[in-house]
Design a protein around this ligand. Sequence first.
Ligand code: SF4
Length: 313
Amino acid sequence: MVMRVILAQPRGFCAGVERAIEIVERAIRLYGPPVYVRHEIVHNKRVVEDLKAKGAVFVEELNEVPKGAITVFSAHGVSQRVEDTARERSLPVIDATCPLVAKVHKEGQRYAEKDYEVVLIGHEGHPEVEGTMGRIPGKVHLVSTPQDVTTLEVSDPSKLSYVTQTTLSVDDTREVIEALKVRFPKIVGPDVKDICYATQNRQAAVRELAREVDVILVVGAQNSSNSNRLREIGTEMGVPSYLIDDAAALDPAWLKGADAVGITAGASAPEDLVQELIGRLRALDTGIDVEVLDGIQENVQFKLPEELRDVAM
Ligand code: SF4
């Protein structure tokens, strides 16, 4: 029997990831290799390896960057301390922070200017969360779950605000916001509007996909926040869902008895990886029929930093 393979729409690269990759590629073109990139530019091994081959050098801390070398900040954003360190070391910086992450930084800063304490809803240790916490002057409290809200201690409940990480689960975040509102009725914040369009669209698409298939494969890195949420949503919808780095990570046993297999990809996973996975499914099965679900066509584009706009590619 022919197995149906259904692709979610949209899936894969978002505008912020495309922009970040293009920034590194154009910087290498303009200034020549090597170009230093602080932290994985986006959470994907394939993307990182491709850029390494072109002349990018990935570092975790700025003290690994030679004096004066071109330095790119990743799409996740960085704290003020990192920016200050770059200035102290006279590093020429190109900032690939996604404009939607930068928007959250500004939002938090505006609250802090008005003497509000800020609650950041996000995952501890994620680079975006570290960057955002380090951009907001004053007290920032990190919470991830409604449970965290119960133990939260703030100085003045009437001057409290919240912002969120961009790549969270829309439903889980609503629950945390509800818990905050119950405990601190005067809290102000953007509802789930900080969760970016790409995250929301991919989550909605995987929900649609879950209605059609017996198993879901999410292509994305294990440390990618938005990819993990896609797998969780599939599982919550009652469909066995697996997050895999690439086609090689597929276990054929997962497909046993499945008539329809759904595929989606996190915002940092290139379409090549999806196509390779389809290739592996084709090699495993006697026949597959590939279709794409109807869904949102995204046409979001972010401007490149001015110095890179005219670089011929
Ligand atoms: S997932 Fe959203 S916030 Fe993150 S880089 Fe993509 S568009 Fe920007």
